[in-house]
Design a protein around this ligand. Structure first.
Ligand SMILES: O=C(O)CCC(=O)C(=O)O
Ligand SMILES: [Fe+2]
Length: 215
């Protein structure tokens, strides 16, 4: 495992711990942080417009045969859009992670009844697509996500192992380290984007890799 990547992670957690108003979820099982008011309303509204205009059914790696495992829609943002570039800058200022490690920013949209069942963001070492996925920059390291709106009901993000549930709240960021201190995948990052019950739910997701990401 790349030493570079482990250093990257140690620095990220240190930097997050030193961030004003950030909260770390008090569990020894994983590094999970939350920060309110990460993005202003005008930027969130613009991103939701972009998602509405350019979305397609979400996909999953290593399909388990359950066609209802992830029922949301995904938007692959245009990286040259000013609001997307602004968000990338905000994320870099927070995490300190060099953007070369980042996958392109995505938006996710959930209608009533849509969800992403319990999963981990890292690629399963025994998974069928593991080699192909890792060829693009190794496994995933950190996840950053932001709720762009507050759905009328439902849509919580539930970390079952850590026994922590987040109700979506416009502008709130969640971020976590997908790996343990030794660099191995941390199964305690298991999380479930629960069904929206009323209204719509919009989030952005940003994943980082061990090595520079190649499209
Ligand atoms: O929408 C959420 O609450 C979580 C999304 C998620 O876990 C993902 O896209 O990997
Ligand atoms: Fe996820």
């Amino acid at each position: 495992m790349a030493t570079e990547a482990l250093q990257q992670e140690a620095t990220v957690a240190e930097r997050l711990r030193a961030t004003r108003n950030i909260q770390r979820v008090p569990t020894p099982k994983l590094e999970l942080f939350t920060l309110r008011d990460f993005m202003p309303e005008d930027e969130r509204l613009r991103l939701m417009e972009l998602i509405d205009a350019n979305r397609q059914p979400s996909t999953i790696t290593d399909s388990n045969g359950d066609d209802y495992f992830r029922t949301s829609e995904t938007c692959h943002f245009d990286e040259t859009d000013p609001v997307v570039m602004k968000l990338e800058e905000r994320l870099q200022a927070l995490s300190g992670i060099d953007p070369v490690f980042g996958e392109p920013l995505q938006g996710q949209r959930y209608e009533v009844g849509q969800e992403f069942k319990a999963h981990t963001d890292y690629f399963e070492p025994n998974g069928r697509d593991y080699d192909a996925n890792c060829q693009r920059g190794g496994n995933r390291t950190w996840t950053f996500m932001v709720y762009l709106n507050t759905p009328d009901a439902g849509g919580a993000t539930r970390f079952k192992v850590a026994n922590k549930m987040f109700q979506p709240e416009a502008g709130r960021l969640l971020c976590w380290n997908n790996r343990r201190a030794d660099g191995s995948p941390n199964a305690a990052t298991l999380h479930h984007a629960m069904k929206v019950r009323k209204g719509l739910k919009y989030v952005i997701t940003k994943w980082y890799r061990e090595l520079p990401y190649r499209q």
